[in-house]
Design a binder for this molecule. Structure first.
Ligand SMILES: [Zn+2]
Length: 219
């Protein structure tokens, strides 16, 4: 779907395609798994169905409205478009959504255990990510249970499926996807070694407060 060089969304398309390739390089999206989107004044820019993160190009993104209706010609939007739309509808603070299939998140999800609070970096996700129950991919049901589990946090693990991270901007949503995968790896290592101790609720809350400060972020 070649577009004219004067495409007003050219920069956003390039940024979203680059973020997808970066996610693939980080091992978060094998084969044609994963989808990502950006909320823009013109609509929701989202990856198209069947596109591979590793080779994502700007012309593999399509603009849809808040009901998923395409606003430009081109291939069909991602099968998980309802998931992205549900997040944007529920969370006015969210400007970018990354959905990936990182192996460590999937492995941890299969144990049906919450991501334990083993490192204060979980503060950048709003606390230890919750876990959404399994539902068939691409369904409105999956979108609803995932958004319900997300609540006001910035990440959720989807049972037998993958994960979803959100942020006001694209770079942060990608950072959080990588952070979540790292936290899942730490959890798997610790769970394989024994029964890890967890940060308590007060310690997590204090870290979340620090991370939320204007000059905050986890260090
Ligand atoms: Zn998926």
């Amino acid at each position: 779907m070649p577009r004219m060089p004067s495409d007003p969304l050219r920069l956003q398309r390039e940024q979203l395609a680059t973020a997808c390739r970066d996610a693939a390089a980080a091992g978060l999206a094998p084969l044609a798994s994963g989808n990502a989107s950006l909320r823009l004044p013109e609509g929701i820019l989202i990856t198209v169905s069947g596109a591979r993160f590793a080779t994502m190009e700007p012309d593999q993104l399509i603009l849809v409205d808040q009901t998923g209706r395409p606003l430009e010609p081109g291939p069909a939007a991602s099968s998980e478009t309802p998931l992205h739309l549900a997040v944007y509808a529920r969370r006015p603070d969210v400007g970018a959504v990354m959905h990936t299939h990182g192996a460590r998140a999937v492995a941890l999800s299969a144990m049906r255990t919450q991501v334990p609070a083993l490192h204060y970096y979980c503060a950048d996700l709003g606390g230890p990510p919750s876990m959404a129950p399994y539902r068939p991919y691409g369904t409105e049901e999956l979108a609803q249970v995932t958004v319900a589990a997300l609540e006001e946090r910035h990440a959720v693990v989807m049972t037998h499926h993958g994960s979803l991270t959100v942020a006001s901007g694209l770079a942060k949503a990608l950072d959080r996807a990588e952070l979540l995968e790292w936290l899942c790896e730490v959890s798997l290592l610790a769970l394989a070694a024994g029964t890890p101790a967890e940060l308590d609720d007060a310690q997590v809350a204090a870290s979340v407060q620090r991370a939320a400060r204007p000059a905050g972020g986890t260090r």
